[in-house]
Design a protein around this ligand. Sequence first.
Ligand SMILES: NC(=O)C1=CN([C@@H]2O[C@H](COP(=O)(O)OP(=O)(O)OC[C@H]3O[C@@H](n4cnc5c(N)ncnc54)[C@H](O)[C@@H]3O)[C@@H](O)[C@H]2O)C=CC1
Ligand SMILES: O=C([O-])CC(=O)C(=O)O
Length: 309
Amino acid sequence: MKVTVVGAGAVGATCADNIARKELAQELVLLDIREGFAEGKAIDMMQTSALLGFDTKVKGVTSDYAATAGSDVVVITSGLPRKPGMTREELIGTNAGIVKSVTENILKHSPNTIIVVVSNPMDTMTYLTLKTSGLPKNRIIGMGGALDSSRFKYYLSQELGCSPADLNAVVIGGHGDTTMIPLINHATWNSVPVTEFLSKEKQDEIVAATMVGGATLTKLIGTSAWYAPGAGTAMLVESILRDEKKLVPCCVALDGEYGQSDIAIGVPVVLGKNGWEKIVDIKLNDEEQAAFAKSAEAVRSMNSVLELA
Ligand SMILES: NC(=O)C1=CN([C@@H]2O[C@H](COP(=O)(O)OP(=O)(O)OC[C@H]3O[C@@H](n4cnc5c(N)ncnc54)[C@H](O)[C@@H]3O)[C@@H](O)[C@H]2O)C=CC1
Ligand SMILES: O=C([O-])CC(=O)C(=O)O
């Protein structure tokens, strides 16, 4: 298997590091526009292989798309991250141009690849990739829900004093500070609803903390996070390459599901060798359904800014 990660910055390099350590691919190409940057990161990673004992061959290149030829999966992380005080949506002006040109270049050499979009604003960048690539919709997947759900489990585990691995909890909707929807009423601690252990006030606090999880880290670090985003992206790549059929919330094209069409937004999907293979319907109550419709409206208004001609 061959994977390309575009953008050798914080998220791209962390994702590549996770992919290499887990030996998800034989070949891993790291591509960046900054001269020598991806080459340096790739050599640094390869110099951990004797220490960690993995066989994946990591190669760094500067804008050399020929080296990415025949990739089974391409991860797009190229673009600006936000600074404290910014929203993800404010990145659209710069990142739309980057994501569009990267997609076009990738497809010249890997016309049938599966693309995982990470660059923000991720829902709109996924929609852009869908519209510009011409690939079947199942081959375009935005990463957001996996990360947001992991953050949701982190905040729940802190309050419950339990292992995050014992929790089942998902975040659907847009990957934005005000658009994501942590489904607290569906979250369980080894099949027991978490709402049985938490006051309504605590539940609301956890939901609010999850929604601004990315902004909180951006304020602390000075730029946005990378460990969990990199690990979340590698988890998606793993489920695809190993055909694991994991059920993960991802940003995908909806065609009537959840009452929405002509949009890419976060819903639970089964991930396997064909990309996202199935959308799973969660029975939402009226309040959750209304929140999803509102989230879709916000994502759609962001999408309308794109020049898709
Ligand atoms: N979807 C999600 O859950 C998450 C999304 N992100 C987003 O991922 C993106 C990357 O974040 P970081 O890695 O922290 O930023 P970074 O600044 O560390 O890395 C971005 C890299 O992209 C490269 N780049 C820029 N234009 C390029 C082009 N045309 N071709 C190839 N490479 C190019 C830059 O040289 C840089 O090395 C940001 O847009 C950020 O908002 C970050 C975390 C989570
Ligand atoms: O917060 C950001 O801008 C980066 C991101 O999407 C996240 O960490 O969730």
